[in-house]
Ligand binder design. Structure first.
Ligand SMILES: Nc1ncnc2c1ncn2[C@@H]1O[C@H](COP(=O)(O)OP(=O)(O)O)[C@@H](O)[C@H]1O
Ligand SMILES: [Mg+2]
Length: 306
């Protein structure tokens, strides 16, 4: 079987060909989302009737020799990650020219979607910051970089009074040569809003690039806007490289000083000037919020109306 995928309308015909198929014991169900690299389907394990999410990467990834090699080398490492706040990858493989992941199904929206309908205060943002920094720190100490930290990769599952927060797509991020870097404009997929300067430049990046992207997420959670958003993805990527981060207290005069310092440190252009571990960032966040009076902890400092 061979299929070609085009964007937009074409994906529906791909859906109709994929839905109902059996991938290594999992029946592909309805499409539940799609991002830069592929499409997500609901799935059911035939033997256990257990529901899963199946991520099927666009066929062009299987055709890219570098990506293929990396997929087989790194998918095992990704699926070895077991953490309460990381979406578990159960299995992965190749099926008729599609690379795929079978993973834990999260019954809830992404943080990207949540940000359209609610705001965050320093205190409520902690409910995201704590699990995500823990998950990131866990991956980093095992030598896995996330590479695509963004609100779309944080999933929130309501569980009674509580929400359970998950980080997904660990290690699935694109690489220079096949992504949205300034060195590879034209083959751009994905969005550069969360991109560390060194990644935008196509320079070598380490775990501190993830911590920069986490800084962007935090900035967005606390201020309700991104540090940089320009008319084109290319200009947004460039801004991370050579524009000053708009100072939180210039945007909102009452924005807490300690949290401003935290955000500016997280968004330092030079990796050496940033937080060096997710754990440090987590601790600093906790201390900064604890130092606020009860009112400030609960205040929303968003600069744009919700
Ligand atoms: N394991 C999962 N369980 C439930 N929903 C998921 C899961 N993974 C992804 N999704 C949904 O599918 C959407 C698209 O995911 P994805 O293809 O990774 O795109 P991107 O990360 O580029 O936004 C996500 O925003 C989320 O709503
Ligand atoms: Mg994703």
């Amino acid at each position: 079987m061979h299929m070609t995928v085009t964007r937009g309308k074409g994906s529906y015909s791909v859906d109709s060909q994929l839905i109902g198929q059996n991938i290594n014991g999992f029946i592909i169900g309805p499409n539940i989302g799609g991002g830069g690299m592929g499409r997500i389907y609901h799935g059911v394990h035939t033997q256990s009737q257990h529901s899963v999410a199946i991520k099927i990467l666009l066929p062009e990834y299987a055709e890219d020799e570098n990506f293929r090699t990396r997929f087989w080398r790194e998918a095992e490492l990704m699926s070895s990650l077991r953490h309460p706040h990381i979406v578990t990858v159960y299995t992965y493989g190749e099926w008729y020219g599609y690379l795929f992941f079978v993973m834990q199904l999260v019954k809830g929206p992404s943080l990207e979607r949540i940000l359209y309908r609610r705001t965050f205060s320093p205190r409520t943002a902690w409910q995201i910051v704590r699990p995500i920094t823990e998950a990131l720190h866990y991956g980093h100490t095992r030598g896995v970089l996330h590479r695509d930290m963004k609100t779309g990769n944080i999933l929130v599952e309501p569980r009674g009074q509580h929400n359970h927060v998950y980080l997904t797509d660990f290690g699935l991020g694109k690489r220079p040569g096949f992504d949205t870097t300034l060195t590879a404009v034209g083959v751009s997929v994905g969005t550069p809003e969360y991109m560390a300067p060194e990644v935008a430049m196509g320079s070598p990046a380490d775990h501190r690039a993830d911590l920069y992207s986490l800084g962007v997420i935090l900035y967005e959670l606390l201020l309700g806007r991104l540090p940089f958003l320009h008319k084109s993805p290319h200009l947004t990527a460039l801004a991370h490289v050579d524009e000053y981060v708009p100072r939180p207290r210039a945007l909102h005069p009452e924005f807490p000083r300690k949290l401003e310092a935290l955000l500016l440190k997280a968004l330092e252009k030079d990796p050496d000037g940033r937080y060096q571990s997710a754990e440090d960032m987590c601790r600093d966040y906790y201390d900064a919020v604890k130092a606020l009076d009860a009112d400030a902890q609960r205040t929303c400092f968003w600069v744009t109306p919700a």
